[in-house]
Design a protein around this ligand. Sequence first.
Ligand code: SF4
Length: 442
Amino acid sequence: MATILPSPPRVGMVSLGCPKNLVDSERILTQLRSDGYQMSPDYAGADVVLVNTCGFLDSAKEESLDAIGEAIAENGRVIVTGCMGKEAETIRARFPGVLAITGAHEYEQVVGAVREAAPMPPSAFLNLVPDAGLKLTPRHYSYLKISEGCNHRCSFCIIPSLRGDLVSRRPDAILREAEKLVAAGTKELLVISQDTSAYGVDMRHSVWPLKGGGEVRAHMTDLSRELGKIAPWVRLHYVYPYPHVDHVIPLMADGLVLPYLDIPFQHASPAVLKRMKRPGNDAKVLQRIHNWRALVPDIAIRSTFVVGFPGETEEDFQYLLDWLDEAQLDRVGAFRFEPVEGAAANLLPDHVPEEVKEERYARIMERTAAISTAKLARRVGRTLDVIIDAVDEDGATGRSKADAPEIDGEVFLRDAGHLTLGDIVPVLIEDADAHDLYGVPV
Ligand code: SF4
């Protein structure tokens, strides 16, 4: 017997303006077609109509508004994209019934809006990819990318030249992805980007409507709060210590976000940071760490540092060691400076000899291991929540709230063969070493 596939939704497209807009329309349609959508040549047969607008001149804007009006009158279910996406308020004032408005080149957002307005019917033949997408991580934790690119120009880094300036994802699209991941079994969301604190700067922190009502600002604080309502554990990576990071700490105190900050400080000496051209280079950062700990005593701060950066003197390095003694960071990774091809730092004078880099690397590792050992020893006797990453007949391995997968320490559990992956269980900590904890479920 022949299998009858459910008929896919049909999308109409009105494309206005220049050839760049036309190419954008083609790209959007190509993605929709590969998702299984059908195209509709007229308004009547379309489940949703996309209007790709032009806003180059006042006359082009008027033409775009007329086209939106026509699509609303003829079909009623309209998504607006293109250059006029920047004038969302004008469009909404005139056409409050528009389903979604996205800007030029926001392919992911416009395709996401179509998927929401006219979802593909579920079909074992069409839906080869699960709702939450294909993942390379275990089911219980997932990386969630909130932006691409970076507006900074750190002198040792070539990422901006490879990936361009910061482009943030729409907050509603991120939240939708988070919901799907959690529905598929994710317990822990790991928020990643090049610069999480800068999230939404490129959107001027605009406000977006949420599916179930309410709205969300494209801003790290608001996004973190909303993610905290979706997933049991939310962990923030690549956070630069801009002043507004202080507003995320109360979310940790309220249990919405894990008490964990991954801040790649890279150095502490003001002279080295200046040559590195680091963002968030704040002389008061030690005081701020102190304030964070006053509010959330258990906050775990992880960081990475580069030793042997061009021009780093023994005094600079000693300053870093003294700073680490003060900062008492929980997790530290260190790298010896390497001149990556194309990085501006390569042209700086006074490169540090390899043997000096080695010696400084050994010293920073020794110092931070001592700090970590002392801090972990203070956890012995306490009961901590642990997420389970692996189980075998001898026990289980997991991580506390202070440990991100792959980069931080682990908690080794005895008498834990009954647990399953992704369980979050209270564990009595019985022992500790430089990097890991040992305990038993209670
Ligand atoms: S190292 Fe600097 S330039 Fe490179 S991605 Fe991070 S913040 Fe951006």
